[in-house]
Design a protein around this ligand. Structure first.
Ligand code: HEC
Length: 189
């Protein structure tokens, strides 16, 4: 408990409009709380920013994967389908070079892999979803990232997916049947 002498020791030597200040210690609980925030901040920084802890984006992906494994992995892109002849020709070349035809047929009607010309898709039909799916592949089903493992640039992916979209509704002969269990109707944009 403070008495007059204590207060004299703690009194600071300034005074404003008759208001004086005592140099009291911060309460122990407050100081401990302060040290705790510093320790927490350090641990947080080291784990998430230096030791490779998952980003919020990664955590989201992991939760979506845990929730059903059928998440749509859209790539973050502002790229849109293009329709000029040169890009579509480049896309067709990539389709052949990346061996997509081996599993999706030269006419895109599907073989081991699903038909890419109809309105029925398993993993999403948005431009960005299809780009993302080709980027990551479906390795447990035999499709490597980018079809055969060789990375493509975003603009190459754009040409490739634009080419695929240009074949939509082409109804090629011998097209693979729809799998009603897994494929959902979805008009590709
Ligand atoms: C070794 C075989 C194989 C190759 C090569 C391959 N795919 Fe696939 N692809 C598959 C299979 C199988 C699936 C179905 C995955 C599933 O069942 O979940 C698939 C799925 C897809 C899908 C998703 C379809 C949907 O309905 O959502 C797209 C898009 C696709 N492939 C495009 C391509 C492109 C483009 C290439 C070339 C760059 C390619 N694939 C190369 C086997 C292949």
């Amino acid at each position: 408990m403070s008495n007059k002498n204590d207060e004299k020791d703690k009194l600071l030597d300034h005074e404003y409009d008759g208001i004086r200040e005592l140099d009291n210690h911060m309460p122990r609980w407050w100081v401990l709380g302060f040290y705790f925030t510093i320790a927490f901040g350090l641990v947080y920084m080291v784990y998430y920013h230096m030791a490779g802890g998952p980003s919020s984006d990664k955590e989201y992906q992991m939760e979506m994967a845990a929730a059903g494994g059928k998440q749509v992995v859209a790539v973050e892109t502002s790229l849109k389908p293009v329709t000029d002849a040169a890009s579509l020709a480049a896309g067709e070349k990539l389709y052949t070079a990346q061996t997509c035809a081996a599993c999706h047929s030269p006419n895109l009607g599907g073989l081991v892999g699903p038909n890419l010309t109809d309105d029925f898709w398993i993993h999403g039909c948005d431009f960005s979803a299809v780009m993302g799916n080709i980027k990551k592949g479906f390795q447990q089903k035999g499709m490597m990232p980018y079809g055969n493992g060789k990375p493509l640039s975003d603009s190459e992916l754009q040409q490739l997916v634009s080419y695929i979209f240009s074949k939509r509704g082409s109804n090629p002969p011998g097209a693979k049947a729809i799998d009603p269990e897994r494929e959902k109707k979805c008009a590709a944009k």
